[in-house]
Design a protein around this ligand. Structure first.
Ligand SMILES: Cc1cc2nc3c(=O)[nH]c(=O)nc-3n(C[C@H](O)[C@H](O)[C@H](O)COP(=O)(O)O)c2cc1C
Length: 363
């Protein structure tokens, strides 16, 4: 009897620990990748313990024909499959513990799988409550609300936090300098980034701290950092796309709103001119804004004669792949040969030098 009670308590503790670990892993923006990866291993250990403890379920699965039991079994099977896929993709995107595992390396897929595990896990856990509840209808509604909240956390709240609360501090030399590789042809690196184009308030740490980077204590644009890495690798020169008129507001949320208005009105904010006449290739680096190029980048493309040139694209993004930006550049850069974009997830920017080096070698 005592043994059974102990087993039950241990089971509940492990289940709670799994939810806590999953939620904590979603806060990678605060924990960093090393702690995230260790928590992933702890989650996997808890899962094995959970499966061993629930050995009765393996024998009973899909045997009970009651609709709610069948639903529970289907949710549990989907949950298990999602967890397995999440663990494998987690090894694929691991930077520290499993860097040798080179399959399923999509951060986006890993995050969608985590959302699926969180949501199915909540339904799986709540079903135990539904089975016992006297007021079944209320219990079912509560389960649906919690599942919807889990979906919203995974699909909206976590990407939002990653963009809003990120203040990464790096050592410039450590991230930027290293192995070189020549670029074949005369090329100019052109980049657009928020820093230099935003009216940041004096105390930026206290204001928004949004999606910002400090290199040796100085505020720096993420895409400027990529540009510097590329220039260090290739020895090429770079130019920033710089607004001449009104800059973007300090608040990240306000910038998102202004950029949304600019995109829907196809605005062309004025920028300083950039002389590209002596170059065959343009390497264009930009952040994805509203799934597309920022409008000052559109100004750059329309303002210059790009016919006969080759444009290589590097887009940074916060959640949703690389959007429609290649097609937009193709439309605006008349007569240019536009290569398919390489997309870099915003959290990976400080450690992107190795990827850029490989990209240069393959270009
Ligand atoms: C105005 C604005 C709109 C954005 N829209 C998107 C988007 O549609 N999809 C996406 O994945 N990231 C989006 N992001 C996130 C940026 O792409 C990401 O923060 C950027 O690539 C990193 O560069 P930064 O640190 O210079 O902002 C947006 C950011 C801003 C400021």
């Amino acid at each position: 009897m005592e043994k059974n009670k102990l087993k039950k308590t241990a089971g509940i503790v492990i289940d709670i620990l799994m939810y806590v670990l999953l939620l904590a892993q979603m806060m990678i923006v605060f924990t960093g990748s090393l702690i995230h990866e260790f928590m992933g291993i702890a989650f996997f250990v808890c899962l094995i313990a959970h499966i061993i403890m629930k050995s009765w379920w393996r024998k009973a699965v899909l045997r009970n024909k009651k609709p709610e039991r069948i639903f529970f079994d289907i949710v549990t099977i989907l949950l298990l499959l999602s967890i397995i896929a999440m663990v494998i993709s987690g090894m694929g995107v691991s930077r520290t513990i499993f860097p040798w595992f080179e399959h399923f390396q999509s951060v986006d897929i890993h995050r969608y799988l985590a959302t699926s595990v969180l949501t199915l896990g909540a339904v799986h856990g709540m079903m135990h409550f539904v089975f016992r509840a006297k007021k079944k209808k209320k219990a079912v509604i509560l389960t649906a609300v919690i599942a919807a909240a889990c979906l919203a956390i995974g699909l909206a709240a976590v990407p939002y936090m990653n963009r809003h609360l990120k203040m990464v501090e790096i050592s410039y030399d450590e991230k930027v300098t290293g192995e070189k590789a020549a670029w074949d042809g005369k090329a100019l690196v052109v980049y657009f980034t928020r820093v230099g184009n935003t009216d940041f308030e004096e105390d930026i740490d206290a204001v928004s701290g949004a999606s910002l980077l400090k290199a040796d204590g100085e505020l720096m644009g993420s895409d400027e950092l990529l540009s510097d890495m590329l220039c260090d690798i290739t020895g090429l020169e770079s130019k920033a796309i710089t607004l001449t008129g009104k800059k973007y507001p300090s608040s990240y949320a306000d910038t998102v709103s202004v950029a949304g208005d600019e995109k829907s009105s196809s605005a062309r904010p004025e920028i300083e001119s950039i002389d590209i006449s002596g170059y065959d290739d343009i390497i264009l680096i930009y952040p994805l804004w509203w799934g597309d190029i920022p409008m000052p980048v559109a100004t750059f493309l329309e303002q210059n004669d790009l016919s006969g040139k080759t444009i290589h694209l590097i887009a940074t993004q916060g959640s949703a792949g690389f959007g429609a930006s290649t097609d937009t550049v193709k439309k605006l850069a008349d007569g240019a040969d536009v290569k398919e974009v390489m997309s870099i997830y915003c959290e990976d920017i400080p450690d992107a030098r190795e990827r850029l080096l490989e990209w240069v070698k393959e270009a």
